[in-house]
Structure formats: structure tokens, C-alpha cells
Design a protein around this ligand. Structure first.
Ligand SMILES: *[C@@H]1O[C@H](CO)[C@@H](O)[C@H](O)[C@H]1NC(C)=O
Ligand SMILES: *[C@@H]1O[C@H](CO)[C@@H](O)[C@H](O)[C@H]1NC(C)=O
Ligand SMILES: *[C@@H]1O[C@H](CO)[C@@H](O)[C@H](O)[C@H]1NC(C)=O
Ligand SMILES: *[C@@H]1O[C@H](CO)[C@@H](O)[C@H](O)[C@H]1NC(C)=O
Length: 345
């Protein structure tokens, strides 16, 4: 069974598949196997065989609200700037900018915000990572300590301990001009800013891909214009429909060196022009060219395209496509999938 050529990110049933308990040695095997399959054509063919199965499930926007109450995201956390998350059981090393000995908080969010405050605006960024002692039992009298640190290379954070017994929770903060990677294709390099404060686990996976920059396996397979529905600012200008077309590119983001294990739902802000998010639990992802306020905030958002590079995304949606129908939705499938490498800029 192929769940690979994911249809539109607006389909609720997408999550029905993806958010099912990840029991899965079988899902893992599927993802791995699929990662080696380079061409969309094949996905499209196999996909069409599954249409009948999916079709019965198809409604817009319905399937997932219950699935998402599994505790991974906060419905109210709808603005990127409000995110301040970290990864439990992770201890980052790095030069100490502020010792935690006499710097304590009662939650990791406060610690994260303390770091953020030292890395905002136009001044120099004096804190790009934070480490919080979050396990009240194990931390003992260190409980609440908030260490503020500087990673020498914020794209390769210095991990001291990521075992499940670690009592620390850590996070990265990417200030101005930091945390930017390129999705490189033969049609140009789209630079995206990663959002570790919203989606730390997703970003950790992307950073792993950056480290293995020469590996292949990622590609775009769908590219859809804004049509006459979304204007050049991404606003909804033609209120007769919300698509198709949806104004997006869609692909698979994984490579052969970093097998994809599925990423739990993280923060789900509203989808804006330039938003980069997973479809379900990945590795299928999309970049939106429109402000899709009508999409419920249910897609993990892990990056956004630098405004200067939006025209390159518009260029991708002008490549030759063929109309197909997935789950009853008209989609534009790229005649030739476009391979992506994730690189430093
Ligand atoms: C946690 O600390 C903040 C200020 O740092 C305070 O406003 C809040 O009431 C505290 N919460 C608890 C549960 O102690
Ligand atoms: C609005 O969108 C519909 C469907 O794409 C299209 O048929 C119609 O011509 C559009 N109207 C305008 C004013 O662009
Ligand atoms: C269009 O979108 C931009 C940002 O995407 C927003 O600032 C602006 O207010 C919108 N304009 C209208 C008319 O909705
Ligand atoms: C794209 O593929 C479709 C269907 O195979 C074909 O009709 C069309 O000519 C192709 N477009 C280009 C520019 O190759």
C-alpha cells in the first residue's frame, strides 16, 4: 500500500493515516522503502490504485481534531513568534552565556523566553540555546536551573546527552540571519528559515539532512499555481472557492542517509504564504504560496521561505504539470519530479 504521493495537505484523511499510532516497524519499512524510489511517476501510478480506498473517507477538514488532541500541540499556539519549545531529554553543551546556578524558572518556556530575549532585534545574538533542568526528581536542587548558551555552530548543536534518562530539556533559538538552510534544486535554491522554537524535532531532522548534504532522496512532485483564487500577496481574492488550485508545491523531504521515522505533530500556526510544513507526520511536505486561513491549524510548521526567495517557489509552480485526480481533488503533478538537496547557505 502506498501512502506516499500524499494528496493535498488539506485533506483531513491524510492525518487519519499519518497520525495513527506509529506502531510500525511496518510504517518505518514503508517509509524507508519509499525513500529509495526516486520518481514520482511511480508514486502516481501506485497512488491511483489506492484512490478507491481513500475516496470513501474523503471529507475536507474533518478527520483530525480528535486525533490531534494527543497532547502534542496547543490549539492556541497559532503564532510563530509565540512558540517557545524545546526537546525533553536533551542536554546541549556549548559556551555558557549565563550560568543556571542562580538563574531558575518554573518552566522550560520561561527559560526559552529568557534566551530569546537575548537574541532578538538588531543587536548581537547573545544566546542561541538554552538548557533547563526539567525533571523534578532527578534534578533535585538543580530543578528549574536555566542555562543560557552559545552554540559555536547553531546548525550543528553540540549534543552532550540525548538519552532518555537525561534530566535536561534543551532548545535552540535562531535569531536574525541564523538557522537558514537552502532547498537546492536545478531551478534555484530556496532559502528557508528553520523554526526550532515551534518544531524542535522537525528541525533536528532537517539539521541531520544538512549534515548529510550530499545524500539524495528528496524531491518535489506536485506544483500548483495560485490560479485566480489567491493574489500575489497570497490573499484570498476570489471568494468563490478555496481551491483547487491551492498555490503550493509539495514533495518528500528525506534522504537516504537519514531514514525518516515519522515526526510527531508539533506547533501548528496558521499557514501563510511562504510557510513550510509537514503533511501529516512527514516526510511529505509543502510550501504554501497562499494565506490558507481556512486550513485548520493542524500542519506542523517547521520553516518559512525567505521573502526574497518566494519568486523561486513561484517559478517551481510554473513548471510543466499534468492534471490528475487524487481522492477526488484535482491536482497538478509535475511532469518531472524535481530533486532537492538540503544545504547550508
Ligand atoms: C512561574 O513563574 C512565573 C514568573 O516567572 C510566575 O508568573 C508564575 O506564577 C509561576 N507559576 C507557578 C505555577 O509557580
Ligand atoms: C474565481 O475562481 C473560479 C474558479 O477557479 C473561476 O471560475 C472564476 O473565473 C474566478 N473569478 C474571478 C473573478 O477571477
Ligand atoms: C494581504 O496579505 C498581506 C500579508 O500577506 C496582508 O498584510 C494584507 O493586509 C492583505 N491584504 C488584504 C486586502 O487582505
Ligand atoms: C506534460 O505531460 C503531459 C502528459 O503526459 C503532456 O501532455 C504535456 O505535453 C507535458 N508537458 C510538457 C511541457 O512536457
Amino acid at each position: 500500500m502506498q501512502h506516499r504521493a500524499r494528496p493535498s495537505p488539506i485533506l483531513g484523511l491524510e492525518e487519519a493515516t499519518a497520525a495513527a499510532p506509529r506502531s510500525s516497524s511496518s510504517k518505518y519499512a514503508l517509509d524507508q522503502e519509499a525513500g529509495w524510489r526516486p520518481f514520482l511517476v511511480l508514486s502516481a501510478i501506485t497512488f491511483s490504485t489506492c484512490l478507491a480506498v481513500y475516496f470513501a473517507l474523503f471529507p475536507f477538514f474533518t478527520a483530525s481534531s480528535s486525533l490531534h488532541s494527543s497532547g502534542f500541540f496547543d490549539l492556541h499556539e497559532t503564532h510563530i513568534s509565540q512558540c517557545c519549545r524545546g526537546t525533553p531529554h536533551l542536554e546541549l553543551w556549548g559556551r555558557v552565556a549565563r550560568s543556571g546556578d542562580s538563574h531558575t524558572f518554573n518552566s522550560s518556556v520561561h527559560c526559552c523566553n529568557a534566551c530569546k530575549a537575548m537574541c532578538s532585534g538588531d543587536g548581537p545574538c547573545l544566546c542561541n540555546s538554552w538548557v533547563f533542568c526539567s525533571d523534578s526528581e532527578k534534578c533535585g536542587n538543580r530543578f528549574g536551573q536555566c542555562w543560557l548558551k552559545m552554540q559555536e555552530d547553531p546548525l550543528i548543536p553540540d549534543v552532550q546527552d540525548s538519552s532518555s534518562t537525561s534530566m535536561w530539556t534543551s532548545g535552540l533559538i535562531y535569531g536574525k540571519d541564523m538557522g537558514i538552510v537552502a532547498l537546492e534544486t536545478e531551478h534555484g535554491s530556496v532559502r528557508v528559515k528553520l523554526l526550532p522554537e515551534c518544531a524542535p524535532k522537525s528541525v533536528a531532522y532537517v539539521l541531520e539532512m544538512v549534515k548529510n548534504g550530499r545524500c539524495t532522496g528528496s524531491y518535489y512532485y506536485r506544483a500548483e499555481s495560485r490560479g485566480s483564487i489567491w493574489d500575489e500577496l497570497g490573499n484570498w481574492s476570489n471568494k468563490s472557492t478555496t481551491g483547487p488550485p491551492y498555490g503550493l508545491v509539495q514533495g518528500s523531504l528525506e534522504n537516504h542517509c537519514s531514514p525518516f521515522k515519522g515526526i510527531e505533530t508539533e506547533a501548528c500556526p496558521n499557514i501563510r504564504r511562504g510557510t513550510v510544513g509537514w503533511i501529516g507526520n512527514g516526510p511529505d511536505f509543502f510550501i504554501s504560496l497562499a494565506n490558507h486561513n481556512e486550513w485548520h491549524p493542524k500542519y506542523t510548521v517547521f520553516a518559512h521561505v525567505l521573502p526574497a526567495d518566494i519568486p523561486l517557489v513561484e517559478k517551481l509552480v510554473s513548471l510543466p504539470t499534468t492534471t490528475s485526480v487524487w481522492e477526488g481533488i484535482r491536482v497538478s503533478v509535475l511532469n518531472e519530479s524535481v530533486s532537492i538537496r538540503v544545504k547550508r547557505v
